[in-house]
Design a protein around this ligand. Structure first.
Ligand code: GDP
Ligand code: ZN
Length: 317
């Protein structure tokens, strides 16, 4: 109310308090291409029309005055890359990212890249090993726990039997997150197991075609009855995380946080042959496994090659 009065002093016509034109704040909980569902801070829900490619995403805090939807500053932004290299914003103000895996082939470096991307975007990453009802999962749980315990939380669950879901629910309390992982690991099954009322909501949503070329993805934020929120978008199922930079990789590679206070001599150290490298020191002491360091160097080489390639393309333009 205070703001409105200030406005009228500046000569702008004050809004009629009896109409719906009063400024309200809330959060976008679903995006349907040309409209968004908002939960207002007073708990009421509403639908606001938006332009295509308006840039609003689920999780955005918004303010509405009349017809105008204004986006409030974001704490975090999660981006993805589509099959054509286009970059899309997936969600705003998320604070955790679940990397879902299962006993099935995994692209090399997938988990590490996802963890680095999450950390670079200021989201806390965690790993969910799904399908723990399958005998084949025991080896995966053993190896991933050995590699990632201490770096990120690791949960072993079964969406099918419900086993292990309680610690995961506990972890999600007070957080807003999303799941990433390759097709078939069980991301949808997990969402359904964690939010049993989801089926109904998803069934109501139509995915609209945008001029026949791009599919408008509908994304929804689901509240868990035990606390916490998860976002879900059809186009998000297999998303490629936006490329990480070599510098982000060097800072956020899981396992390297063990350097703690003992940082490298050079701030932009890539932990290769630089003198005074704390990571190389940890590898020498066996505190970072040689195998993990090899994986890091492989991803670093790829990322650097990618960066060099995009610089070449820039020059050609
Ligand atoms: P998504 O592509 O990651 O969303 O994976 P889905 O949720 O569609 O699941 C892929 C397949 O894995 C389906 O056939 C599911 O029934 C199966 N699945 C999902 N979770 C589990 C689980 O915990 N155990 C077993 N055995 N199968 C599962
Ligand atoms: Zn270093």
């Amino acid at each position: 109310m205070k703001k409105e009065r200030q406005k009228s002093r500046t000569g702008i016509k004050p809004p009629d308090p009896s109409s719906a034109t009063l400024a309200r704040e809330g959060m976008i909980i679903a995006h349907r291409g040309v409209a968004v569902d908002v939960v207002w801070d007073d708990g009421q829900r509403g639908v606001v029309r938006v332009k295509r490619r308006s840039g609003h995403v689920v999780g955005d805090r918004v303010k509405v005055a009349g017809e105008v939807l204004e986006q409030l500053p974001r704490q975090t932004e999660l981006r993805r890359r589509d099959a054509h290299g286009g970059i899309h914003l997936v969600g705003a103000n998320l604070d955790v990212l679940g990397v879902v895996v299962a006993p099935m082939p995994l692209p090399p470096g997938f988990i590490d890249r996802a963890i680095v991307s999450a950390r670079a975007a200021d989201l806390q990453p965690f790993i969910i090993i799904n399908k723990c009802d399958l005998a084949a999962s025991a080896e995966l749980v053993r190896s991933l726990s050995a590699t990632y315990t201490g770096a990120v939380p690791v949960f072993s669950v079964s969406a099918a039997t419900g086993s292990g879901l309680s610690p995961l629910r506990e972890f999600l309390k007070g957080h807003r997150g999303a799941f990433v992982g390759t097709t078939g690991v069980g991301k949808s099954s997990l969402l359904n197991a964690l939010c049993p009322e989801i089926d109904l909501k998803v069934g109501e949503i139509n995915v609209e075609k945008d001029r026949g070329r791009h599919t408008t993805t509908v994304s929804t934020l689901h509240s868990l009855s035990t606390g916490g929120e998860l976002i879900d978008t059809p186009g998000f199922q297999d998303f490629g995380l936006v490329d990480i930079s070599a510098q982000e990789l060097a800072v956020y590679f899981p396992g390297f946080e063990k350097t703690g206070e003992h940082s490298c001599r050079f701030r932009d150290c890539r932990h290769r042959t630089e003198p005074g490298c704390a990571v190389v020191g940890l590898v020498a002491k066996g505190e970072v496994q040689a195998e993990r360091y090899e994986t890091y160097l492989e991803i670093l080489n790829e990322v650097e090659a990618g960066e060099a390639e995009s610089r070449r393309r820039e020059w050609k333009k």
